[in-house]
Write a protein that binds this ligand. Sequence first.
Ligand code: FAD
Ligand code: SF4
Length: 479
Amino acid sequence: MARANRRRIPRQEMPKQDPEERIHNFDEVALGFTMDLAVAEANRCIQCTRPPCVTGCPVQVRIPEFIKALREGEMEEAASILKDTNSLPAICGRVCPQETHCEEQCVLGLRGEPVAIGRLERFVADWEREHLESKEQASRESNGKRIAVIGSGPAGLTAAGDLAKRGYDVDVLEALHKPGGVLVYGIPEFRLPKDIVSSEIEYVKSLGVNIRTNIVVGKLYTLDELLEEYEAIFLATGAGLPIMIHMPGENLNGVYSANELLTRTNLMKGYLFPQWDTPVKVGGKVAVIGAGNVAMDSARCSLRLGAEEVHIVYRRSRSEAPAREEEIENAEAEGILFDYLTNPVEIYGDEDGWVTGMRCIRMELGEPDESGRPRPIPIEGSEFDMEVDTVVMAIGTRPNPLVFTDAENLERTRWGTVVADERTGRTKVERVWAGGDIVTGAATVISAMGAGRVAAEDIHHYLQDGTIEPWWPEAEDGT
Ligand code: FAD
Ligand code: SF4
C-alpha cells in the first residue's frame, strides 16, 4: 500500500463498555481491538526508516517492527519483538501515557492523529496470552552472582527480568503478600485486570526470578545486611506514603488516603465484599481531592462501590490536571462531577466523629510557580460548604522511609527520594542502585521500567569488570 493511502486511513476507535453499564461493575472498561481493527490501525504506520516513536519509548520497544509483523499476520513474531525489550507489554498497552511518549513522537501526529501504538501493543500481548502456551524461558546458565531487588513494582520486575536473562540469580524481596506494586494495589481492576498482571509476573518468574513476598526490608533486614549476602542491590520500593494536606478535620471517620481506599478495594478485593473479607465503607456523597490518575481511580472506584455523587475537587483548571486525558474523559462520561479552581480548607464532622461536610474556597490562577504551572490563588471571601460524607485525599505520595532504616549513607532529597544518577541508577553507596518512583517521586509505569532497565545494564557492567566510576561531581574545593 502506498504511503499516501496509509495516511488516509482514520485512527481506529477501541470499543468500550457503555458508561451506564460499567459504573455498576469492576470489569475492564476498554475492550480492546478486534483483529480487523488492529490490522486496519497497523496499516496506518508508514514504517519510518528512523522511527521517532522508538526514541520516545523509555524501554525502546521496536515499534515499527512489531506493527509490521502484526499486519502481515505474523502474530507470534510480533509478540516476540515486543517481549524483546518489554517484559510487561499487556500492562504498558493499557496504562502507559503513550500520548506523551511514543505516540507524541509519531510522525503521523504532525498532520493528523498518531498511530495507536499502545492499543496495538495491548492487542499483540493479549493475543499471545490467549493463543500461546506460556513457555518456560529460563534456559540460561547461572553465573553464580546473587542480586537483591527490593520491591516488585514495574521498576523491580523489569530490572529483575533483565538481570535474570543475563544469568544472575535474582531475589525480589516484596513487603506485601502479592507482587506487582501499584499494578496490583493501586490501579483498579477496571483499568488493569489483575489476571493480566499475574500472567506478566509469571513470565518474569519463568526467566528464573525468585520472588519472596511478606519481606519488609528495613524491618526484617537492613540494606547493610543484604549487602553481605548479595553482590548488588536494586532499590525499587516506589513512593507509597500518602501526603496529607494537614487541614482541620482530616482525622475524622470517613476521610481516606487514596492509597488506603485503593488498596482495600483492589489488593484486598473490597469490591467483592462479602465474598472477600474486606469491607470498604464509602458514603453517598464523596469528594476526592486532586486530579491525577490516582484521584480519577479513587473517584471511579467510589462510584462503583455505590456512591451516588462523586466530586473531584482540584485547585487548578482542567488543562493543568495531571491525569491522562483518556482517564479524565472516562471519569466525565461516568458522571463524576469536576469542581475545578476549588480547594478544601476544613472538613466538618458530627458528634460521633463522622464526616458531614467540607468547607472549600474558590481559586484563581496566577503566574507560573516552580512547577511551571499557574499558581492557584485563593479568592478572598469565596468560601462555601459542600455536603459530603466521605473525603479521599489524592494529592500525592512520597517514598516510605522504612526501607532506609540504618542506611544513613544513602543520600536523599528533602522530598525523601533517593539521590541516584539517572543514566546509571547508581546511588552514592557502592553496590546499591535505585530507580522508579523512589528516585523520581510518583511518576509512570514506563519511566519506572526504563529506570529498571538502565540499572540492570549498569549492574551487569559493574559486576563484569568490578570497577565503578564515581558519577557525582567533585566538590568545588576538591574534597
Ligand atoms: P511501585 O509500583 O510503587 O512498587 C514498589 C514496590 O515496593 C511495592 O510493591 C511495595 O510494596 C514494595 N515495597 C515498598 N517498601 C518496601 C520495603 N521496605 N521492603 C520491601 N518491599 C517494599 N502510571 C502510569 O504510567 N499510568 C497510569 O495509568 C497510572 N495510574 C496510577 C494509578 C494509581 C492509583 C497509582 C498509585 C499510580 C499510578 N501510576 C500510573 C503510577 C505508576 O503506577 C508508578 O509510577 C509505578 O508503579 C512506579 O513503579 P515502582 O516500581 O517504582 O514502584
Ligand atoms: Fe509508524 Fe508512527 Fe513509528 Fe513512523 S513514527 S514508525 S508511522 S508508529
